[in-house]
Design a protein around this ligand. Structure first.
Ligand SMILES: [Zn+2]
Length: 247
């Protein structure tokens, strides 16, 4: 599909969004919804092509105004088209589209209600999920853990799609932008889809690093101390304040 065709298709999705949502206060512009949906589909496809999910086992969402666009349940990401946009309000009421939203919708909505999240990525990435079965918290083996707010916690197990799982996740995410779900997978959020995606990729990488280091017989990896982590936090804060192109 060429760029022009793709853009036209995106605009059509926006027109559909407008038809469904009307002109109420808090309803985003049609073009904003179409653009956000296109970005969401691209991010969902990236989780599959980069090996963070198999098939349709993860899900992605993005908040535009008071509408949350989410991947639908059970549709392979490479088949998602502009007119497949699925949108709900913060209480889960359908605002846009006909496909059923992901079964993990409660998890996504809980995050938007409780935090400043604008985008959420949930995966079953293999190394992260393996670590979720081994520890209560990913040991601070690398300074990038501070990019997620500190050592990453593991939320206690609960059945997928339940309010209980969403609650456990919120507790694990206190002062963090990512966590593991025991025997299940990862959740990260951010200001943008790219940021949420990057946090998932970093988390999976750190879990892989820890598994690799701990698998060497007769050796135990060194971990960063609280003082070393505090230094990293200060450095990262400085980095964030440097002028530069927004991403
Ligand atoms: Zn899941």
């Amino acid at each position: 599909m060429g760029e022009q065709t793709s853009r036209q298709a995106g605009e059509r999705a926006g027109e559909r969004a407008g038809e469904r949502t009307g002109e109420q206060a808090g309803v985003p512009a049609e073009s904003a919804l179409a653009r956000a949906w296109a970005e969401l589909v691209a991010t969902a496809r990236r989780t599959a092509t980069e090996g963070l999910v198999v098939g349709t086992s993860g899900n992605v969402s993005v908040r535009v105004g008071d509408i949350v666009l989410v991947t639908p349940s059970g549709v392979p990401y490479d088949r998602l088209a502009p007119h497949d946009a699925v949108g709900v309000d913060l209480d889960g009421r359908r605002m846009l589209g006909e496909l059923a939203p992901t079964s993990e919708l409660p998890l996504h909505l809980a995050l938007y209600r409780a935090t400043s999240a604008r985008a959420v990525v949930h995966t079953h990435a293999v190394h992260a999920t393996a670590v979720s079965t081994l520890v209560q918290e990913l040991p601070p083996i690398h300074y990038m853990t501070m990019a997620l707010g500190g050592p990453v916690r593991v939320a206690p197990y609960a059945l997928y799609g339940t309010a209980e799982l969403a609650e456990n996740m919120l507790a694990a995410l206190r002062e963090r932008t990512g966590c593991l779900l025991r025997n299940h997978g990862t959740v990260t959020y951010g200001d943008t889809l790219d940021q949420a995606y990057d946090r998932t990729a970093q988390l999976e990488w750190m879990c892989r690093l820890w598994l690799t280091a701990t698998s060497v017989p007769g050796h135990t990896p060194t971990l960063l101390t609280p003082d070393q982590l505090a230094d990293v936090e200060r450095q990262l804060r400085g980095y964030g304040q440097r002028p530069g192109p927004a991403r």
